[in-house]
Design a binder for this molecule. Structure first.
Ligand code: SF4
Ligand code: SF4
Length: 180
């Protein structure tokens, strides 16, 4: 029987029949991107980075505490700050994320005490050069503007509230959770 099956190429014919069936009748699992766009895979999907824009000042909410840069396992966040002579508080002068080095762990947004940083659910971004995917402060704020217009306000990112930490132990500004 085995010899007969081999002689008649039964297995090959079965394979060809399967291929033909799939070609003619199976529904494609791929889509014609860019004409069709898939919805966000899941709430809290970690996509393009953004700095939340403070609507009152038009600037970032970031207070230059450096926690995100310290916690980042890829060391892809670079921050420089100066001390504001009037308020004596830190003021961000440079904020940069190298998106190509990021592993999208989400630690930076979890650790931020003021919910200034977010990995948005925006997955449609590309760059033709390495520099295109180095996000400076202005690009990060622009990323927020582009993202937030697609969202309901106020926006809530699941990673702003770290799991397993009781709310009372979170910094005051983190207890609000929502982006402005
Ligand atoms: S998601 Fe992770 S790797 Fe990416 S910038 Fe944040 S802490 Fe760094
Ligand atoms: S953790 Fe938040 S506030 Fe601190 S430096 Fe990073 S983005 Fe700014």
């Amino acid at each position: 029987m085995k010899i007969l099956e081999k002689a008649l190429l039964i297995e090959i014919l079965k394979g060809l029949a399967l291929t033909l069936r799939k070609m003619l009748f199976a529904k494609p699992v791929t889509i014609q991107y860019y004409d069709k766009v898939r919805p966000v895979p899941a709430p809290g999907f970690r996509g393009r980075h953004a700095l939340v824009r403070d609507e009152k000042t038009g600037d970032t909410l970031c207070i230059a505490c450096l926690r995100c840069a310290r916690v980042c396992p890829s060391k892809c966040i670079h921050i420089e700050y100066e001390i504001d002579p009037q308020t004596k508080r830190r003021k961000v002068v440079k904020y940069e994320i190298e998106a190509l080095r990021c592993i999208y762990c989400g630690y930076c947004e979890e650790v931020c005490p003021v919910n200034a940083l977010v990995l948005t659910e925006w997955y449609e971004y590309v760059g033709f050069t390495r520099d295109d995917l180095i996000f400076d402060k202005e690009k990060l704020l622009k990323n927020w503007d582009e993202f937030i217009v697609t969202q309901k306000r106020p926006y809530m990112n699941p990673f702003w509230k770290p799991r397993g930490i009781p709310e009372k132990f979170l910094p005051a500004k983190k207890r609000q959770f929502t982006g402005v």
